[in-house]
Design a protein around this ligand. Structure first.
Ligand code: PEP
Length: 243
């Protein structure tokens, strides 16, 4: 049984005042897991503020330490008390030219640090319109996910680039097609048990009004939520739709 996961990606939003949003969330040990990935500056304070929420970083460097100005490593994120790190987000892939090989190296570094990786993949609008979606996603999965993945160390987030922050959402048929493809690719590569237990999130303009419909799709085990995770009033109904 895969535990549902509502993960919030705050991106480059929030100063310490934003942590009051954590206080307003209602989570339960019997309900879905709730994770918040705030900016790195807020991670340690978030962890000490509330322990029934899981936390994550938004990126990590492939090396543990060294001369890499401005970067944050897996051990640093783990030391701050995080359980997760988002890797391969399309904004990182675009803004920082991250390749699948980069994401794979970061994933290995995160695993070495004891983190679980929320690994993002997804097609652009032109790739979807050209009928290339499954090919693109399959290549990202093969190239970004190293050997040795387990259900404890890996969560896959399917995030169509054209749906992120745009208010556009794929049809439930389109989500179902990709998630079924991901499930069969993972079971083929990692075996029935592991491949069947790795959680698959949908991400891209999830909000209160579409969450229930999206979560009813087979093999959608939760969501990676950007904009609607910033305010507890917007994120709570999404969490509740998973319960
Ligand atoms: C994201 O960036 O991971 C995301 C899903 O953003 P939004 O929910 O704002 O589309």
């Amino acid at each position: 049984m895969r535990r549902k996961l509502a993960a919030g990606n705050w991106k480059m939003n929030g100063t310490r005042a934003a942590l009051s949003e954590l206080d307003a969330l209602t989570v339960s040990a019997e309900g879905p897991e709730v994770a918040i990935c705030p900016p790195a500056t807020l991670l340690a304070e978030a962890v000490s503020r509330r322990s029934d929420i899981a936390y994550g970083g938004q990126d990590c460097h492939p090396h543990d330490a060294g001369a890499h100005t401005g970067d944050v490593s897996g051990p640093m994120i783990a030391d701050a008390g995080a359980r997760y790190v988002i890797l391969g987000h399309s904004e990182r892939r675009a803004d920082h030219h991250e390749s699948d090989a980069d994401v794979a190296a970061k994933t290995q570094a995160a695993w070495k640090a004891g983190l679980s990786v929320i690994l993002c993949i997804g097609e652009s609008l032109s790739e979807r319109e050209a009928g290339e979606t499954l090919g693109v996603i399959g290549a990202q999965l093969d190239g970004s996910v190293p050997e040795g993945a387990t259900a404890e160390t890996l969560v896959i987030a399917y995030e169509p680039i054209w749906a992120i922050g745009t208010g556009k959402v794929p049809t439930t048929e389109q989500i179902a097609e990709v998630h079924a493809f991901l499930r069969s690719s993972l079971t083929e590569r990692f075996g029935e048990e592991t491949g069947g237990a790795i959680r698959l999130l949908y991400g891209g303009s999830v909000k209160a009004s579409n969450a229930t419909e999206i979560f009813a799709v087979a093999d959608v085990d939760g969501a990676l939520v950007g904009g609607a995770s910033l305010k507890a009033a917007d994120f709570q109904p999404i969490i509740d739709a998973l319960a």
